[in-house]
Structures are given as structure tokens and as C-alpha cells.
Ligand binder design. Structure first.
Ligand SMILES: Nc1nc2c(ncn2[C@@H]2O[C@H](COP(=O)(O)OP(=O)(O)O)[C@@H](O)[C@H]2O)c(=O)[nH]1
Ligand SMILES: [Mg+2]
Length: 439
């Protein structure tokens, strides 16, 4: 080997080494890079797994949530079933409300059917309910009628009406609590009529019925509402006011029944917080007609606060008709009228577009006393109508006329019995026919 060769060799080796070294470095770098990439991949893999794990956990959570919801749904269904069962229990209870049966084809039936026919009802439109009610009404007004039409007809016989007979009629009308104003009106119309023509007994009674109906219809006509029903799409609030014992709570129960049966969503506010038993009494009526009662059991609860709660409930549940029972007497020295004004203020403030009716409940059997109450309430309580109760078995049914003539209140409902169905919207034709029926 020559030096040159060796020099060359060294050179070559150095170059080779350098190359190898370079390669090694490169390899190392490559390895490192790969290692880094591997680590990177591993990291990514780990992240992926982490993500997957999170995803699984998420799904697990979701599954748990779904199971929870399923359980909740089952619970709700269970609750619903319980509710339905409860409701069915109540409706079973309310089914025990005795449906009127078709009685004999007797005088009661024919009279009732004729009263319906005279108002344009067709044969296939007549219901047992209506016949039953009219029978009750006529029977209820029997006492009022006895001392009046029967006696008048007895006196007249088949003779035409004479001025003397008018004097008798005047006495009879006053005795039936028709009131002095109404009586004067009717008698003077009859007198004018008699000056024009001869009137037989039958024609005389017919004329009398027409005159009495005019008196009763006047406030109804001027109210612009023939038949009081809740207006759909609004909250209707009906306050039942009147002195103790006239039948407010009973009437409210009957109204709740009528209303819910006619598919109005109905709610009761027990705002007579004075009588401890009043709430219980209302709850019984509410159960019968499937209507909820909002009350406050605490002693001396504020009636306006009960109404406040009831309005909140009514708004939440889209109630059509809120019936408010009120006290006839108060525990504090507060004036009854102040309390009613407070209730009204709450209603005005919370539901300014509600349709509010203040209905004075009057016990027909109290006659002129009832009329006095009506006058004093009307002065301060801003009334919009009257409900006459206890027309069954009183001789003073005529007071309805006095209320119309002297207090100028439209009569909206009449009650003739203690049963849930013994209340009907007032119909002046039926009322006058029943009051002056000739048997
Ligand atoms: N005969 C009869 N009794 C009635 C009528 N309305 C209510 N009553 C009775 O009158 C009494 C007093 O009634 P209630 O509703 O408690 O009067 P409130 O004090 O005004 O709430 C109760 O015994 C009722 O059953 C009715 O139309 N006819
Ligand atoms: Mg009461």
C-alpha cells in the first residue's frame, strides 16, 4: 500500500465515516422523529381513547337520563291513573245525583209541556229535566198562587172583570208580596183596558200575565243580556252576595253543577271565611259537580286573600267561571260592603278584563223583608242581578216582581228546592205562567 493510496484511503474512510456518521445521525434523527411520531400517534391514540371514553360516559349518562325519564313517565302515568280513578270515584258519586224519571202523563206533564210548546219548543226538543223543573216550579208556587189566582177566579166565576174585582185583585197582589209599585202599575193598566173593552175572566188573567211579565222583563231588557251565561275566552267572576241564610252557598253549589255540566271550566272560591262550616259545605257541593274549591282554612282568613289565590288558580287553569261565595256577616267590625268592595278591587286589579257579576241572593220566603235587603245592598254593593231562592213552598213568590220593579235588578236564576238540580236560569214566561196557573 502506498502513502498516496493510504492517504486516499483515509480520505475515503473519513468520507465514509462522515457519511455513516451523517447517516447515523440522520437515522438517529429519523428514529427520533419516528419515536416522536410514535409518541405523537400514541398521544393521539390516547386522546382518541380518552374521547371515546368520554363519549361512552356521555352515552351512559344519556342512557341513565332516559331511564330516569322513563321512570318518571311511568310515575306520571301511575299518577294519572290514580287521578282518573279518583275522578271516576267522584263521577260515580256525582252519578248518584238522581236523574229525574218520567212521571205519569198527568196534569203536571201536560201543563209543563204546553209551557214549553208555547215558547216554540218542538216535541223532540223537550227533555225530562225541563218537565221536572217546570213541575217543581209550579208546585213550588202553589202557595203563592192559592191566595191569589184561585181566589180571584173563584170570585170572578164566569163574569167579566169589574172595577170591584180589580179592588180584590189589588189586595191579592199585595198579599203575594208583589209590592205596591208593581201592583199599582198592573191595576192601572187593567183599569185603562177595562175602560176600552169588556174582559172575561180568562182574558183578564191573560192580560194580567202580560203586564206582570212586562215588569219582570224590564230590567232584563235594559241589561242587554236575556240569559246570563259565562262568556267564553274570558274569565267570568260571579260574586254571590246577600244576608245570612238566604241560600248563597247552596245556590253556588247548584250553579257550579249547571256550569260544569255545560262544559265551562269552573272554580269555586270559598270567601265566606266567617262560618267555619262554610268551606266544608262548599267542598261537598264541589265534589258533587267535580269542581275544585279554593279555600284558606286558617281562622279569620282574609276573604280578599282567598279571592286573590282563586284568581291565580283560575288564570293558570284557563277557568271560564269563578264562583265566589261571600259572607253574610263578618267577624270583625268591618262593614260587609267594605269587604265586598275590597274583593272587587282585587278582581279589578288582577284581572281587569274579567267579566264580573255581583248577584244578590234573596230568599223569597222573606217577602218584603227580602225586598228591604235588596234595596240596602243595591245602594252600596253595585249589584248586577238577583237570584231568588226558596220559591218552593212560600206564599211570597210575588216578591220577584217587587225586586224587578223597585230595585231594578234583572233576575238571573231561581231556586225551588235544596237539590243540586233545583236551580234554573230565570225565564219570565215560565215564572208568570207558574205563578198564575189556574190550578
Ligand atoms: N227549600 C229550599 N231551601 C233552600 C233553597 N236554597 C237554600 N235552601 C236552604 O237554606 C238554608 C241556608 O242555605 P245556605 O246556602 O247555607 O245560605 P247562606 O247562608 O246564604 O250561604 C239551607 O238549609 C239550604 O238547604 C231553596 O231553593 N229551597
Ligand atoms: Mg253560606
Amino acid at each position: 500500500m502506498t502513502n498516496i493510496e493510504s492517504d486516499n484511503s483515509r480520505e475515503w474512510a473519513a468520507q465514509a465515516y462522515a457519511l455513516l456518521k451523517k447517516q447515523q445521525v440522520e437515522q438517529k434523527q429519523e428514529l427520533q422523529k419516528q419515536e416522536e411520531q410514535k409518541q405523537e400517534l400514541q398521544k393521539q391514540e390516547e386522546q382518541k381513547q380518552e374521547l371515546q371514553k368520554q363519549e361512552e360516559q356521555k352515552q351512559e349518562l344519556q342512557k341513565q337520563e332516559e331511564q330516569k325519564q322513563e321512570l318518571q313517565k311511568q310515575e306520571e302515568q301511575k299518577q294519572e291513573l290514580i287521578d282518573i280513578t279518583n275522578k271516576e270515584n267522584i263521577s260515580i258519586q256525582s252519578k248518584t245525583i238522581t236523574e229525574p224519571q218520567l212521571g205519569e202523563f198527568d196534569d203536571n206533564f201536560t201543563w209543563s209541556a204546553m209551557v214549553l210548546a208555547a215558547q216554540g219548543k218542538k216535541i223532540n226538543q223537550i227533555s225530562i229535566d225541563e218537565i221536572d223543573w217546570l213541575t217543581k216550579l209550579r208546585r213550588g208556587l202553589e202557595e203563592t198562587r192559592k191566595g191569589f189566582v184561585t181566589e180571584l177566579l173563584d170570585k170572578l166565576g164566569d163574569d167579566p172583570l169589574t172595577p170591584e174585582a180589580l179592588d180584590d185583585l189589588e189586595t191579592l197582589l199585595i198579599r203575594a208580596d208583589v209590592g205596591i209599585d208593581s201592583t199599582d202599575k198592573v191595576i192601572s193598566s187593567l183599569r185603562t183596558k177595562l175602560n176600552e173593552e169588556v174582559l172575561g175572566a180568562e182574558a183578564g188573567i191573560k192580560f194580567l200575565k202580560k203586564e206582570l211579565k212586562l215588569i219582570i222583563d224590564k230590567p232584563i231588557k235594559s241589561s242587554g243580556t236575556d240569559l246570563l251565561v259565562p262568556q267564553k275566552g274570558k274569565l267570568n267572576v260571579w260574586l254571590l252576595v246577600g244576608v245570612n241564610g238566604v241560600g248563597k252557598t247552596t245556590t253556588l253549589g247548584k250553579l257550579a253543577y249547571l256550569s260544569s255540566k255545560s262544559n265551562y271550566k269552573t272554580l269555586i272560591a270559598a270567601a265566606d271565611t266567617f262560618r267555619a262550616a262554610a268551606v266544608e259545605q262548599l267542598k261537598v257541593w264541589g265534589d258533587r259537580s267535580n269542581v275544585e274549591v279554593i279555600s284558606n282554612q286558617s281562622k279569620n282568613a282574609d276573604p280578599a286573600a282567598v279571592v286573590f289565590d282563586a284568581i291565580n288558580s283560575a288564570k293558570k287553569r284557563n277557568v271560564d267561571l269563578l264562583l265566589v261565595d261571600t259572607a253574610g256577616r263578618l267577624q270583625t267590625k268591618n262593614n260587609l260592603m267594605d269587604e265586598l268592595a275590597k274583593i272587587k278591587k282585587i278582581i279589578d286589579r288582577k284581572v281587569p278584563d274579567a267579566i264580573v257579576e255581583s248577584l244578590l241572593v234573596l230568599d223569597a220566603s222573606q217577602g218584603q223583608n227580602g225586598l228591604k235587603q235588596a234595596k240596602s245592598f243595591a245602594k252600596s254593593a253595585d249589584l248586577s242581578g238577583a237570584i231568588i231562592t226558596k220559591l218552593d213552598g212560600t206564599s211570597r213568590g210575588g216578591v220577584s216582581l217587587a225586586v224587578s220593579e223597585e230595585v231594578n235588578l234583572p233576575i238571573r236564576f231561581i231556586g225551588a228546592g235544596e237539590g243540586i238540580k233545583d236551580l234554573r236560569p230565570f225565564n219570565s214566561y215560565e215564572f208568570v205562567e207558574a205563578m198564575l196557573a189556574d190550578k
